[in-house]
Design a protein. Structure first.
Length: 197
């Protein structure tokens, strides 16, 4: 059975490499929601997540020739989604720092932080209200990057340790220890927040 699936995936990848529009249609049908779900887990804003998801598919289109097939196609697509999301966050943080520096130097540029959480309707998270999700995501974004990736994929995207291990190319034991540290850090960050309230 797995042999057939493997063969089907190889044929599918070959069709993508040839630029088959039918294969790309199938790719979009199959992965659009998954990619968008991953992007919105990292960047909880609908418009931004849609933009990132589009970039993911452009990247897949441009890089399918370089895909070495050392992992499953789905694992590679998740990896691209995570990387594009983190790239977006880094750029956004750089812009924020730049804006902050400008305001210190007198060119008072408004920094819009509100857009970051304007729309949050992700099935992976059932939080009581927008404010709590904002607090949680602000805390998640303060985690060291490796912890943030592992925590988001496992707790928000609901992927198994095995899937997270394949996407991040880390062992299951290191996934477990990163998750443990992420939970400890989040507990501390959220405790500090609620203590101030």
């Amino acid at each position: 059975m797995t042999q057939i699936l493997l063969l089907e995936e190889q044929n599918f990848i070959a069709a993508l490499r040839k630029g088959s529009s039918q294969a790309y249609g199938q790719l979009l049908d199959e992965y659009q929601q998954k990619v968008f779900g991953t992007c919105i887990s990292f960047v909880p804003n609908k418009e931004d997540a849609e933009d990132i998801a589009q970039e993911v598919f452009v990247e897949i289109f441009n890089s399918i020739g370089k895909f070495k097939e050392e992992s499953k196609l789905s694992t590679w697509i998740y990896r691209v989604s995570v990387n594009k999301s983190l790239e977006f966050i880094r750029k956004k943080n750089t812009k924020k720092r730049f804006g902050f520096m400008q305001s210190l130097l007198g060119n008072d540029l408004p920094i819009d932080r509100s857009s970051y959480f304007t729309e949050f309707n992700h099935p992976g998270i059932q939080l009581e209200n927008k404010e709590k999700s904002e607090i949680l995501f602000a805390a998640i974004n303060k985690l060291p990057e490796t912890q943030r990736i592992v925590y988001t994929l496992n707790k928000i995207d609901d992927l198994s340790y095995k899937e997270v291990s394949e996407i991040t190319e880390k062992s299951i034991s290191s996934i477990e220890s990163l998750l443990f540290r992420a939970k400890e850090n989040l507990r501390e960050l959220l405790y500090d927040y609620y203590k101030k309230e």
